[in-house]
Write a new protein. Sequence first.
Length: 412
Amino acid sequence: MAVTKPSLGDHLKLAHRVNSIEVSLIVRLSETAAARKAAGEDVISLGTGEPDFGTPDFVLDAARAAMERGETRYTANTGTAALKTAIVANYRNKGIGIGPKNIIASAGAKQVLFNAFMATLDEGDEVVIPAPYWTSYVDMVSMCEGVPVTIPTSAREGFVVSPQALEQAITPRTKWVLLNSPSNPSGGAYDHDQLRALLPVFERQRHVGLMSDEIYEHLVYDDFSFVSALEALPELAERTLVVNGVSKAYAMTGWRLGYGIGPEVLIGAMAAVQGQATSAPSSISQAAAIGALEGPIAVLKERRADFERRRDLVVAGLNAIDGLVCSRPRGAFYAFPDCTGLLGRRAPGGRLITTDTELCEYFLDRAGVAVVPGVAFGAPGHFRLSYAYAQSALEQALERIAAASAALSSLT
Ligand code: PMP
């Protein structure tokens, strides 16, 4: 699938910066699936990473109350004192001591990451990113003139990077190591010991910071217990940025509210970027986030249990398909099966399927199911399926993927 970049004709040239970024494969596939659906085709789209639940009522109430109180003006650039108080209390409950000056609220976790790269990367600075990774990391780093350095991880290791592999990837130009636990797309997550094992690397490599994207912290399954980098590695607090937000756990993707927690100087630099680019996130969304953070924990538990049931359904369904192997994700709401067993086969009609992208196109054409190829996440030979959808849609999608897979010729 070739990417066509927009052109403005001969007079106004686009910046070289946009040539370094890709139109997200996820977005393109979702758009294709949506267009087919709109044209009346029966398409099940499991492409995007968004909970299907509604935002909880207590969050909606908090937002309504803020509007009625007239909280409709600009707030302080890094977020309201009340939101910071709620975040501080949340982290205190985890045994992590932070103050308001360690916090910046932004328009989603995405803007936190972008502010951080803008504030810290000079041209050629490197960011070490274990693969599979969330697509936007590499594009954001490139946009900020940095260089993404990716390290492969495997299902066998639980998609967790080893201290040796990490250290090998670090150079004098490395600014950050970016971990995402639980991970989009693999569902891999670092337990306490796996994080502690990385400490000697950071102790030797004192110029390197740790960026820890913990947006899926509440979506963990079985007896896995989530641990924040700030809790497991307090020694690194002066060079750690935790990225978090309310989008995923509280089904608030549209409210655009994320936050970063880090050392005061870094937060100050990120605040300078944000102050010139967008200013504070929406005042109403900040009030809604307070409602979320201070709300009843039972809702999170219920939703987590629901996701866990869907994960079990999807992982079992995928593993029952000859040619697919799916490990059991510890968290988030994605399955990331290895599909190399289906590559090199022919589709009915004779088309040879050699890559994960071709396989995903085949699933869309033949089965009407949209999933995202692993190459988009730096891990070809896989695909990502989001299970944040109704059980009936998941069951139907699994049946269709199974039938389409069975229709491929056996290996020659
Ligand atoms: N980090 C990861 C790993 C994500 O999957 C996402 C959303 N897809 C984000 C950050 C961005 O979250 P937000 O909607 O809060 O910007």
